[in-house]
Structures are given as C-alpha cells and as structure tokens.
Design a protein. Structure first.
Length: 264
C-alpha cells in the first residue's frame, strides 16, 4: 500500500475547541498549524506519527507539535473533545508528540474549552486567557509521557514482520516461530528487530497485545475471557496478571471505568 498523502488543512488564527461524535474515524495523514491537544472524552483514538503508534482512552491525551505529521483513527464510536491552539499561543518547550495521563483538572478544562468553537470571537479575552492557562498546564503534564505506544519500523523487512504480528496476535509469536516465517536465524531476527525498533521482539509482541487489549476492552462486543483468547493468552489469569502489570488495574476495572466515563 502506498504512502498516504498529507492533506492541507486551513484553520483560523485563534485557538478553539473541536467537539465531534463519530461512529468511526480515519483522518488520513495531516499537519496542524498549531499545538494540538487530542482527547477522546468517550471511546478512544489511535494516534500515529512517523515514529510511533499510541492508543488513547479517555484517561490519556496527546500533545502534538505544530506541523507534525499525524494520523488519527478509530473503528468504534468516539467523541473528540480536542483543542487546536493558534500558532502564536505561548507554549513552554514540549516534546514533539507526547501522550500523558489526564488529571481531573485538565479533563474539566478540556470539556469547558468546548464552549469556544472554531467560529468564536478571536478577541474574546476570557477565552484567550483560559486557553493560555490550558496550554501551560498541558505542557507540564506532557513532560511525563506514558508508555502506551508502539515504535514504527524504518525498514520494509521489519514492517512486514510487525504487520504480521499485528494481524496474528492470537497465534504463537515466539522468536523461533517468527524466525522460521522470516527465513532467517533467531539471532539475525532478534538483532535486526532490536536495531530497527529499539526493543526486543518479545517486548514488542507483549506491548502490541496490551494496546490491542486496551482497544478491545473499550468496546462491549467481547467478554474479558474472549479478549484474552483473541490475544494469544493461554489462560484468563495470565491475561489479567499481564494487563494489571501494564495498566495498573485489572481488565474489568479498566472496562468499568471506560464505560462509566462514556456514559458521563
């Protein structure tokens, strides 16, 4: 599949809120002129940049630098409550793209910001001071990024391998099995994988399964047990232990919290 074309986007020069409820979404590759605060108040987004892929449930938001090439997508219903900052908004030095835990204060500030949409008065001093405060608080939180991400491959060879992993999470994805599929030795596969992605094959597979679990638990079509089997876990208890270590809560606790926030 060829590389998607980045679509030009034209926005006003002031900061504004973006609230949309969609049954699904694929933005394609875009660049935004100012800092972008991406937040799903219900559901969850997948966010991609050239180097990484994140899943953003309602407890996490992304802080994206101006002109950074990104793609946002979701295959389930999602409500976006996001903010596009004017390029001229004073923002402390921040990472190019950071996904961070949303505090109750920032969540309420984001939801409050939706009162000022794209057609707002750019000279509204209350709005401008509020957005400046939101930018400062968000930039501070973005200094402590979360680990819920996957690196993206630089080579076609590794890309084919990670694509296979992503579509076969229920299968045996051991080093020996994947080395046979790739027609290379285990040592060669391990070395090339780590050189390209900066983590071991086992670490990548585990994180891919955990990100898929976050996504599937955000829906209601599969039980926790069915999600465990669909991700290659031999028992429900092993899945619960792995998920709790990764997300610091059990799958059931996570699902109840997500669904509760959706209904709010």
């Amino acid at each position: 599949m060829g590389e998607p074309t980045t679509r030009p986007v034209t926005y006003p020069s002031c900061t504004f809120g973006i609230r949309q409820t969609l049954s699904s979404l694929d933005s394609g590759w875009q660049r935004f002129p100012g800092r972008y605060l991406l937040y799903a108040s219900r559901g969850g987004f997948h966010l991609e940049i050239d180097q990484a892929h994140w899943f953003l449930p309602p407890q996490r938001a992304a802080w994206v630098a101006p002109d950074e090439r990104i793609r946002i997508w979701a295959d389930r219903p999602v409500t976006s409550s996001s903010v596009l900052f004017a390029r001229t908004t004073p923002v402390p030095v921040s990472p190019t793209c950071s996904v961070f835990a949303v505090t109750p204060l920032v969540r309420e500030m984001i939801l409050h910001a939706m009162r000022w949409p794209i057609d707002r008065n750019p000279d509204d001093e209350l709005a401008n001071s509020f957005f400046a405060a939101l930018a400062a608080v968000t930039a501070e939180l973005a200094q402590e990024p979360e680990r819920f991400w996957l690196p993206k491959p630089n080579s076609t060879w590794t890309g084919s391998l990670t694509e296979h992993i992503g579509s076969h999470l229920a299968d045996n994805l051991s080093l020996s099995t994947l080395a046979k599929k790739a027609l290379v030795s285990e040592r060669t596969l391990s070395r090339r994988f780590r050189e390209d992605l900066g983590m071991s094959l086992g670490q990548y597979v585990h994180r891919a399964r955990m990100l898929a679990a976050l996504d599937r638990l955000a829906g209601q079509d599969l039980s926790v047990s069915e999600i465990a089997w669909s991700l290659g876990f031999e028992s429900l208890s092993s899945f619960v232990t792995a998920f709790r270590t990764f997300a610091e809560e059990t799958p059931t606790q996570y699902r109840r919290r997500i669904l509760g926030e959706r209904r709010s």
